[in-house]
Design a protein around this ligand. Structure first.
Ligand code: COA
Length: 321
């Protein structure tokens, strides 16, 4: 039997942290007290204008490859989860492959599932590996959400940031990913969307992120609890045997409500959003990598990763690390 295991992790946050007070200094009508009490976010990183998602992804990927003890040439599949690609095409994954110096490589493509994107990409990569068609995948979440924020909309712009996270997922005789589940319900698309596009050289519609915060909040808490239980049930595992819950890093209050529903104490929940905000598809691999590098998440630990985002999409995976 072939399984898929995480062999290495990496992440990258661009530039210096931008604090809540820095946003106030930039003229946004908000306060550190409001942002921290509503979201738990204290600072975020914003990529320079000439830096694309593929640049952030490249650094995170190089760190994951180094941690996995392999070479870029050993990678035979690259999947990038992003909603803020460098271009309409080619895919960000193809650009990352090029930036890593891989020539005549395996498949490289993007998945677009917004904040659930990393879980979608991980699950797709697992299926490629378990089928025997690929041996070593780079699964990356990379975003420059600062490009799609309306900086005059204080209800959204203070919540998001830029960054990337990556894992090397490789074939193994020992189980790594024990169960995964993906879901979508597109009827909820109006509550979190960027309802614009580019056509005939012009922006058509609205190119900025729009969100009904309270509707998103309620939806997220419900589906994150449900989907975590779904993967636990699929593997016949109790929540009490999970060492770490690593949820999408959007909002500390959503994370706390989800952990409570699952009966997982906050001491066993990885939270990193205070210093990078909501980095959409990058948030879960960012949190994962920070927990690994801090020595908190160690080989042999059992984890649940889970995400929810625009679409609406949501998903989870139960993993032996
Ligand atoms: N600074 C200061 N005040 C702000 C503000 C800001 N950045 N943004 C909004 N406000 C104000 C509003 O104008 C409103 O003022 P009013 O009562 O005078 O009209 C007040 O704060 C309350 O706004 P409201 O939208 O009701 O706040 P809320 O308690 O619902 O919190 C969110 C807003 C966005 C933090 C919350 O709904 C949330 O966390 N939603 C989920 C968001 C999320 O995680 N999305 C990504 C999921 S993938």
């Amino acid at each position: 039997m072939i399984y898929a295991r995480i062999a290495g992790t990496g992440s990258y946050l661009p530039g210096e942290p931008v604090s809540n007070d820095d946003l106030v200094k930039r003229g946004i009508d908000t306060s550190d007290e409001w942002i921290v009490s509503r979201s738990g976010i204290r600072s975020r990183h914003l990529a320079a204008a000439d830096t694309g998602a593929s640049d952030l992804a490249r650094v995170a990927a190089e760190r994951a490859i180094e941690a996995a003890g392999c070479e870029a040439e050993d990678i035979d599949l690259i999947i990038v989860a992003t909603s803020t690609p460098d271009y309409i095409f080619p895919s960000t994954a193809a650009l990352v492959q090029s930036k890593l110096g891989i020539r005549n490589g395996g498949a490289a493509f993007d998945v677009q599932a917004v904040c659930s994107g990393f879980i979608y990409a991980l699950s797709v990569a697992e299926k490629f590996i378990r089928s025997g068609s690929n041996k070593r995948a780079l699964v990356i979440g990379a975003e420059v959400f600062s490009r799609i924020l309306d900086w005059s909309d204080r209800g959204t712009c203070v919540l998001f940031g830029d960054g990337a996270g990556a894992v090397v997922l490789e074939a193994s005789e020992r189980p790594g990913i024990l169960a995964s589940a993906l879901h979508a319900d597109g009827s909820h698309h109006p509550i979190l969307c960027v309802p614009g596009t580019v056509a005939s050289g012009q922006v058509i519609g609205d190119p900025f992120l729009r969100m009904d915060g309270q509707a998103v909040f309620k939806f997220a808490v419900k589906v994150l609890g449900d989907v975590a239980n779904e993967v636990l049930d699929a593997a016949g595992v109790q929540a009490s045997s999970v060492d770490w819950l690593i949820p999408h890093q959007a909002n500390i209050r959503i994370i706390q409500a989800t952990a409570k529903r699952l009966g997982v104490p906050m001491e066993r929940v990885v939270t990193t959003l205070d210093h990078h905000g909501n980095t959409s598809a990058a948030s879960i691999p960012l949190a994962l990598d920070e927990a690994v590098r801090a020595g908190r998440l160690r080989p042999g630990h059992r984890i649940v990763v889970e995400g929810v985002g625009g679409g609406f999409t949501w998903g989870a995976a139960l993993i032996d690390f």
